[in-house]
Design a protein around this ligand. Structure first.
Ligand SMILES: Cc1cc2nc3c(=O)[nH]c(=O)nc-3n(C[C@H](O)[C@H](O)[C@H](O)COP(=O)(O)O)c2cc1C
Length: 220
């Protein structure tokens, strides 16, 4: 698999086979992802990997809990411009269709969203934390780390889904895995496992803005 094929082929996987992930592969992938770049080489990412009973127990606790107040962070910007709403809707619509949920079925949408708390049935998950002292530039570093992990997982035939939506249980997650709420933010989870190749949720078309909408080329 070339790098270009890995970038094109990775997608968010929301249905998994009932098959464990080799812990040695997880360790190797995450070790390799340490080569992700970061400003000043801060490497401001921190993670906890869960499998087996701890993963199931965290899932149960999140499903049973109410969303935390105040929120861990502002997930969606206030006053989101229409452009971004359109980009969001261009992918959530086909996803709802693939899940067999009518686009105006709000309860169905909420049920689909709630599957995040069960990690979409994945046998492994990565929970990602950022030291509170870090700011927006370092959050971008963390994103590079997460993408590096996802590409490497894809290269190993594994699927993943990054999961910001777990932020509603950030404090619960930190307490569960022994990370200090005082010093760290919970950023994002990541479901990891063997993709179900038949599941429509893993197969719907994904949209992206055309390059000329996002980048201008100046000069020769
Ligand atoms: C940081 C981050 C957080 C995300 N959080 C969620 C999430 O909570 N639940 C979910 O189903 N997808 C989540 N996604 C996946 C996006 O919806 C997905 O990447 C986007 O729709 C593009 O689709 P693709 O990754 O399949 O190409 C997240 C993606 C990123 C990069």
């Amino acid at each position: 698999m070339t790098v270009a094929e890995a970038v094109a082929g990775r997608r968010a996987i929301r249905a998994y086979l009932d098959k464990p992930v080799d812990p040695a592969v997880l360790r190797r992938v995450i070790a390799a992802a340490q080569m992700a770049p970061s400003g000043y080489n801060f490497q401001p990412w921190e993670g906890v990997v869960l499998t087996g009973e701890p993963l199931r127990e965290l899932s149960r606790r999140m499903i049973a809990a109410a969303p935390q107040e105040p929120a861990e962070y502002q997930l969606v910007p206030r006053g989101l411009p229409q452009l971004y709403k359109d980009r969001r809707d261009s992918i959530t619509g086909p996803r709802m269709d693939a899940a067999g949920i009518a686009r105006d079925d709000e309860a169905g949408r909420a049920r689909l969203q709630a599957r995040n708390f069960a990690f979409f049935g994945a046998p492994a998950a990565l929970l990602c934390f950022v030291p509170r002292v870090m700011g927006p530039p370092q959050w971008s570093d963390v994103g590079m780390w997460l993408q590096t992990i996802m590409l490497l997982l894809h290269g190993d035939g594994l699927g993943s889904c990054p999961q910001e939506s777990l932020y509603v249980h950030g404090r619960l997650i930190k307490q569960f895995v022994g990370v200090s709420d005082e010093t760290h933010l919970f950023f994002c989870g990541m479901a990891i496992g063997h993709p179900d190749p038949q599941a429509p949720l893993n197969l719907y078309p994904r949209t992206r803005a055309p390059i000329d909408e996002v980048v201008r080329f100046l000069g020769a």
